[in-house]
Write a protein that binds this ligand. Structure first.
Ligand code: NAD
Length: 313
C-alpha cells in the first residue's frame, strides 16, 4: 500500500512509519518539524518538509498519489490552544481541511484522522462511547471535533472512506517529556535523571493509557480494512482507540517506578484547574467494525517505555 503519513516525524507518527515499512508498505512523510525530529525519520521513508497549511501541500500529496492518508500532523498542546486558539484552529481545522482536499484530488481511497478523547470534554458517563456527547472543554478539543466535521463535509460526497480515530492517552518510546508530553513521558524522564516525578493532586484521577504500539496497530488495521469505516450517521466514522481500562495516576507512577528501578520520592502538588477527574473510553466499536483491540498490558508497555527513556540518558 502507498501510505502518506502527516506528522510522521513526531511521537506516534514515527512509530507508525517504522511499523508500516516493516509491513512492506511504501511510506512518505509530510512534516514541518515544528514538533517532530529528523532523528525520528526512517531512512526508507520518503520525506517532504511542508507545513500542512501551506499552498504547496496539494502538489506534494498529488505527487505521492497515496492510497491511504494517515493524518497525524497537528498543534498538539492544550496550553497553546488556550493561549492562541486562532493558531490552533488554523493548523488543526484549516490544515485538516487542506489534507482532506489534497487526498481527494490525489485519488486516495481512505483518510484516517488522529482525533482525541479531548472531543468529549468532562465526561458525564463512563466508559465514553462514540455516541457520548461531544462537548470539548478546551480549544484543542474543539478544533479536533471541528476537523472531524471538515472530513465528513469533504470526504463523504467525494466517496473517500475515512475514520476519526479518537486516541486515549498514548504513551511509549519517542514521546517528548518537554512542554506537554504525556504524563508517562514526564514521569519517566524525571525518574531517569533521579528527580522526583510530580503528581498534580492526590493521584486518584484516572486515565485510559494506551501503548503507542497498540495505537500504531489500530492505524494499520484501519488502513488495511477492506470494508467501510465511515458508517452512516453522525458518529459513524468515529472510533475510540483505547484499552477500556482505567488506571489511576498513582498506579501508573508505581508501575513506572518498578520499570525504571527508581527508588526516590514521588512529589504531590496542588491539582491543576480544569483537569478531568476520570477518563475511560470503550474500544468496542473498533473491535466490532474492524477487528482491532489493544493487546499490550500496562506493565509491559511501561517496561518498553522505561527501556527507551533509560537509553536516552
Ligand atoms: N499523544 C497522545 O496522547 C495523543 C492523544 C490523542 C490524540 N493525539 C493526536 O495524535 C497526533 C500525533 O500526536 P503526537 O503525540 O505524536 O504529537 P507530536 O507532536 O509528537 O507529533 C505531531 C507531528 O506533527 C508535526 N506538525 C505539527 N504541525 C504541523 C504542520 N502545520 N505541518 C506539518 N507538520 C506539522 C510536528 O512536527 C510533529 O512531528 C496528533 O494529531 C495529536 O493531536 C495524540
Amino acid at each position: 500500500m502507498r501510505v502518506l503519513v502527516t506528522g510522521g516525524a513526531g511521537f506516534i507518527g514515527s512509530n507508525l512509519v517504522h511499523a508500516l515499512l516493516s509491513g512492506g508498505h511504501e511510506v512518505t512523510v509530510i512534516d514541518d518539524f515544528s514538533g517532530g525530529s529528523m532523528a525520528n525519520i526512517h531512512p526508507a521513508a520518503g520525506l517532504r518538509r511542508i507545513d500542512i497549511t501551506a499552498p504547496e501541500l496539494a502538489a506534494a500529496v498529488l505527487a505521492v498519489r497515496p492510497e491511504v492518508v494517515i493524518h497525524l500532523a497537528a498543534q498538539v498542546s492544550v496550553a497553546v490552544s488556550i493561549e492562541d486558539p486562532e493558531f490552533d484552529r488554523r493548523v488543526n481545522v484549516g490544515g485538516t481541511r487542506a489534507v482532506a482536499k489534497a487526498a481527494v484530488d490525489a485519488g486516495a481511497r481512505r483518510v484516517l484522522f488522529a482525533s482525541s478523547a479531548a472531543v468529549y470534554g468532562e465526561p458525564h458517563e463512563l466508559p465514553l462511547t462514540e455516541g457520548s456527547p461531544a462537548s470539548p472543554a478546551v480549544p484543542y478539543g474543539c478544533s479536533k471535533l471541528a476537523a472531524e466535521g471538515e472530513l465528513a463535509e469533504l470526504l463523504r460526497p467525494a466517496g473517500v472512506d475515512f475514520a476519526c480515530l479518537r486516541f486515549a492517552n498514548v504513551y511509549g518510546p519517542r514521546q517528548k517529556a518537554e512542554g506537554e508530553g504525556g504524563v508517562v513521558a514526564q514521569f519517566a524522564s524525571r525518574m531517569a535523571l533521579g528527580t522526583a516525578p510530580v503528581i498534580y493532586g492526590t493521584g486518584s484521577q484516572t486515565r485510559d493509557f494506551i501503548f503507542v504500539a497498540d495505537v500504531v496497530g489500530a492505524c494499520i488495521r484501519a488502513a488495511e480494512f477492506e470494508g467501510t469505516l465511515a458508517l452512516p450517521g453522525e458518529n459513524g466514522p468515529a472510533y475510540n482507540i483505547s484499552t477500556g481500562r482505567e488506571t489511576t495516576v498513582s498506579m501508573l507512577a508505581e508501575g513506572l517506578r518498578v520499570a525504571m528501578r527508581y527508588a526516590g520520592e514521588i512529589e504531590h502538588v496542588d491539582p491543576r484547574p480544569g483537569d478531568v477527574e476520570a477518563s475511560l473510553l470503550s474500544p468496542e466499536k473498533a473491535a466490532s467494525v474492524f477487528g482491532w483491540r489493544a493487546a499490550v498490558e500496562l506493565q509491559t508497555g511501561l517496561q518498553g517505555t522505561a527501556a527507551w527513556f533509560l537509553s536516552q540518558r
